[in-house]
Design a protein around this ligand. Sequence first.
Ligand SMILES: *[C@@H]1O[C@H](CO)[C@@H](O)[C@H](O)[C@H]1NC(C)=O
Ligand SMILES: *[C@@H]1O[C@H](CO)[C@@H](O)[C@H](O)[C@H]1NC(C)=O
Ligand SMILES: *[C@@H]1O[C@H](CO)[C@@H](O)[C@H](O)[C@H]1NC(C)=O
Length: 320
Amino acid sequence: MFKSLLAAFVLFRVAFGLNILLNNDDGFGASNIREFYRLLVAAGHNVYMVAPAFDNSGQGGRMSLTTSPTLATPSQFNLVPAGSPSLGQDPHDSHIWYYNGTPASCTLIGLDHVLPTFGDFAVPDLFVSGPNFGDNVGTFAFTGSGTIGATYTAIGRNVPGIAFSAANPTLGYTALTNTTNPSTWAAELAVQFVDTVAKNARPGKPLLPLGYGLNVNFPPLNSTCMRPPLVASRFSGGSGMPKFQYNDTSKLVGIADNNYFGVISAGENQCINGDCGLPGESVVVTACQTSVTVFTVDYDAPMNRDTFAVEQLVFGASGW
Ligand SMILES: *[C@@H]1O[C@H](CO)[C@@H](O)[C@H](O)[C@H]1NC(C)=O
Ligand SMILES: *[C@@H]1O[C@H](CO)[C@@H](O)[C@H](O)[C@H]1NC(C)=O
Ligand SMILES: *[C@@H]1O[C@H](CO)[C@@H](O)[C@H](O)[C@H]1NC(C)=O
């Protein structure tokens, strides 16, 4: 009886346990990614983390390769001391790696070096990033967020990718003292999301079609909002970007009113691709709802009248 139960349990784990590469932009010591890692492993997934040694928010898909083999300063939250290798392992967990570079660089170092050399798999079934500290909603966040940049980099390298973001503020993982906090809640939802996708996937097929990804944003989580329903969304629709403001006293440029999404302009909210009937993810997360946007890394314009008109400007009758 016990043996068959055990066998069923093992089968279940084999059926749904994925080989996962995990990354973020807030750094390898952030509480959100550490809770996500812990709970993915607890759910039976085989996970390697390769994430920035320091906070790398806002780096988008930028590459960076350090020219120093060692860290000049202690890593984020003093998890490893100055002088540690620029690419190294967490002292307490051999599946957790950090690199002194951007999120997109961590993705590529994970795929090209860490997994093939040190992993028990070389090609992940799934790449996941986050949950980011702060929601990454709208057109501007898509290219600017390191959490999403790490994800579209993985997708470009044939690995299905999901970017997760949550609304809670930054915390080092060692500051967590219990599991009743927004980092754990966001991680629980992210694991549930991964498990849902895995269970609905067709056996033996890639989790997502080639070139496809998902951008998932959780609303602020609290005792009245613990299980926000999933809502299909799109990047454009209520999507904002910063307004820059020059300060004559400090002679510095800052973000007006500290409002990162302060300017909602028609250009970034034009619906060109996808289902124009879907709500913008910026709007979805203002209620207790999780936004789920399907995207691709094919950024070409669709075939339509506007695209044809643009092509005519270049290739039209008045020749080059
Ligand atoms: C759990 O930890 C959070 C901070 O991480 C704290 O705000 C909260 O009061 C703690 N709750 C309990 C029940 O200890
Ligand atoms: C709880 O979260 C919901 C939705 O995310 C938000 O509308 C509400 O204001 C929050 N409540 C508290 C007490 O913070
Ligand atoms: C401009 O800079 C000064 C000096 O740093 C600061 O006190 C002031 O709050 C700033 N004004 C705005 C609108 O940010």
